[in-house]
Structures are given as structure tokens and as C-alpha cells.
Design a protein around this ligand. Structure first.
Ligand SMILES: *Cc1c(COP(=O)(O)O)cnc(C)c1O
Length: 334
């Protein structure tokens, strides 16, 4: 009977092949990065062309890992957009700093499961420290909690799930446990400038995209008297979604004034701020005043992969009340 480790193949270090594939990826990446400043940003290319270049039936045979990586890279070329380069100004998409790029690669190589302390104390502790640094950088209270996530959309889901939990508990039920059906509706108020991602997050969380009450936002900033009038007719608990960096205009809601209005709502208001790219303005002394009042929010969503120039995907959620966040996402296992 054969025993494990008795054949030459089994005794060879299986990671030799991984290292070889990583070396090839490194070579491809090096020439890509060195060519990036001169690379065409994107080429007009049809879906059919990209599909024809990439598509084939699922292979039956095990292939050469390094060869597969090279082949994908060669075939994908026409569909690659040089958004990480210095001449790309589309949307609010950013490139990556050298440390972000190298860190992302190393993180992939060591492949930690950061969801539990037991599966990676290094990852868990690094996240805690990074969150503390980011609270410092953005001027958020250190008593808040935070979590890294895949982007501001997930940051919105996380912050608004905590909001939903808070509101439900005020109304006498536990949304995470009981759901929303059969309970009093939780009103959500924002402006016409609410980002599609927050709308999507609210839909995901069971609020219903069309139930969001949107007050006027001329020039991208919420009209404060319209918001005041709207909130006056609402009994809390209510969730208010404000913008710090409206994506089409770059405008910031007056967060001090919005927080003042929230304070006056009978039954309470949870203020969630979409700060996907605008929160980074807090790091600039010149722009910091636009975020005045951010420390009075209850939750804030932000992106790492926009103006923090981390690699995709990278987002952050900050929440004032750890208890609401914990109750919204609690999970136990054997
Ligand atoms: C980009 C953006 C989002 C969505 O962020 P993702 O990282 O793509 O999930 C949400 N809100 C605003 C204001 C944005 O600019």
C-alpha cells in the first residue's frame, strides 16, 4: 500500500508551482506598471470581441497554472482599462499606492481568513489598528467602532443595518432576529442627491427603494428648510441619510445643521453619512471644514479604493454604537 509522502511527486514542495506562478504574475505586473503612463486608457471594444477573446468551454484537463495566468492576461488585454494610471480621471476611480499594491499581493500570498481571531490574530489585530488610524485621520471619535469591507456599498449596508437595528429596538422588536414584516415601518429620509449605492443598500435591507423620502437638493446639497419641514411631520425613530461628497457635484451636506435637525426629532434619528470619497477631505486642513459635524453622525460609509488609493475592493464602515452593529450581525457557531 502506498503511503503519503512516499512518491517523488508527494515529497516535492507543492508550493514550488505557486511560487513559479507568482513570479510570472510579478513579471507581467512589472511590465504593465512600467508601461502604464503611456498605455491607452481604454479602447473602444465590443462585448462580442471581449467574449470571443476570453470565452471557451470549461477545460477538462489540469493545465499549467502560470501558463493559464499568462494566457488570461494576453487575451484580456483589449478589455483592460488603465484606470490605475496617471491619466485616468473617470468617475472617482483611483489607482493604488506602492504600499497598497505590495500589501495586497502579500495578503493574497499568505491568504489569511480575517473573519475570526482564531483564523488570523495578525489580520484581526491589523484591522483594529487600521480602523483606529482611520478614525484619527478622519477626525471620528475613538469611541466608535469600525470594520473594513468590500466598498462603500457594503459600508452603507453595514451602517444602515446598524441603523435598522437601533430603530427596531426603539419600536420594541429586533430586526436582525424578527425581520421587518408585521412591525411599524421605519421611515428613511434623505435628499434627491442620495447615492444609488445607499438606495441599493436600503433595498437590500428590506426598506424598499421607493419608500425613501427624498427632499430637494438643489446643487447637490440637501435643502435644510425642506428637510426641517419633512422631519417635523415624522415621528421617530427615523433614519436620515446625508452626503459628504455628492458624487456628481462634489457637494457636502451641512452636517452640523442636519445633526441639529436630527436632534429635534421626537423618538430619535439615526444619522448615516455617505462619505465614499468625501470623507477623505477630512485629511486636508483646507477641506476639513466641509466635514464639520461628521462626529455627530451615527454611522459613516467610506471607500479605501477611491481617494485613499488602495486597491479594489476596499471600503470602511464606522458606527458610533458597537451594540447596534453587534446585534445586527451577530452569529454563533459550534
Ligand atoms: C463610489 C460611491 C459609492 C459606492 O461605493 P463602492 O465602493 O463602489 O461600493 C457610494 N457612495 C458614493 C458617494 C460613491 O462615490
Amino acid at each position: 500500500m502506498a503511503t503519503f509522502g512516499s512518491t517523488a511527486a508527494n515529497s516535492a514542495n507543492p508550493f514550488v508551482e505557486s511560487a513559479r506562478a507568482a513570479e510570472l504574475a510579478f513579471d507581467l505586473a512589472r511590465s504593465y506598471l512600467l508601461d502604464l503612463p503611456g498605455r491607452p486608457l481604454g479602447r473602444p471594444v465590443s462585448p462580442e470581441t471581449v467574449a470571443a477573446a476570453l470565452d471557451e468551454p470549461l477545460p477538462d484537463e489540469h493545465g499549467d497554472p502560470a501558463g493559464a495566468v499568462r494566457e488570461w492576461f494576453d487575451r484580456a488585454g483589449p478589455g483592460i482599462v488603465a484606470s490605475a494610471g496617471p491619466r485616468f480621471f473617470g468617475y472617482v476611480v483611483g489607482g493604488a499606492t506602492p504600499a497598497a499594491l505590495a500589501g495586497d499581493w502579500l495578503a493574497t500570498a499568505i491568504d489569511q481568513c480575517g473573519g475570526l481571531w482564531a483564523t488570523s490574530p495578525a489580520a484581526a489585530q491589523t484591522e483594529l489598528i487600521v480602523i483606529r488610524w482611520l478614525k484619527d485621520l478622519f477626525g471620528l471619535p475613538q469611541t466608535w467602532v469600525g470594520t473594513l469591507c468590500s466598498g462603500a456599498t457594503m459600508g452603507n449596508v453595514i451602517g444602515l443595518a446598524a441603523a435598522r437595528q437601533w430603530a427596531g429596538e426603539r419600536l420594541g422588536f429586533d430586526p436582525g432576529r424578527d425581520g421587518l414584516a408585521g412591525y411599524p415601518p421605519i421611515p428613511v429620509v434623505s435628499s434627491m442627491a442620495i447615492h444609488a449605492s445607499a438606495v441599493k443598500s436600503l433595498g437590500t435591507l428590506g426598506f424598499g427603494r421607493d419608500s425613501i423620502r427624498r427632499v430637494a437638493a438643489p446643487d447637490g446639497r440637501v435643502d435644510l428648510s425642506a428637510l426641517e419641514a419633512h422631519l417635523a411631520g415624522i415621528e421617530g425613530p427615523v433614519i436620515v441619510v446625508a452626503n459628504a461628497g455628492e458624487v456628481n457635484t462634489g457637494q457636502f451636506d451641512d452636517l452640523v445643521a442636519v445633526a441639529d435637525l436630527c436632534d429635534r426629532v421626537q423618538g430619535g434619528a439615526w444619522l448615516h453619512v455617505g462619505g465614499a470619497f468625501g470623507l477623505v477631505a477630512a485629511a486636508s486642513p483646507a477641506l476639513r471644514p466641509r466635514l464639520a459635524g461628521i462626529e455627530r453622525a451615527d454611522s459613516v460609509a467610506a471607500d479605501g479604493h477611491k481617494w485613499l488609493n488602495l486597491t479594489y475592493d476596499s471600503g470602511i464602515a464606522f458606527v458610533r454604537e458597537a451594540a447596534a452593529l453587534r446585534a445586527a450581525f451577530v452569529a454563533t457557531g459550534a
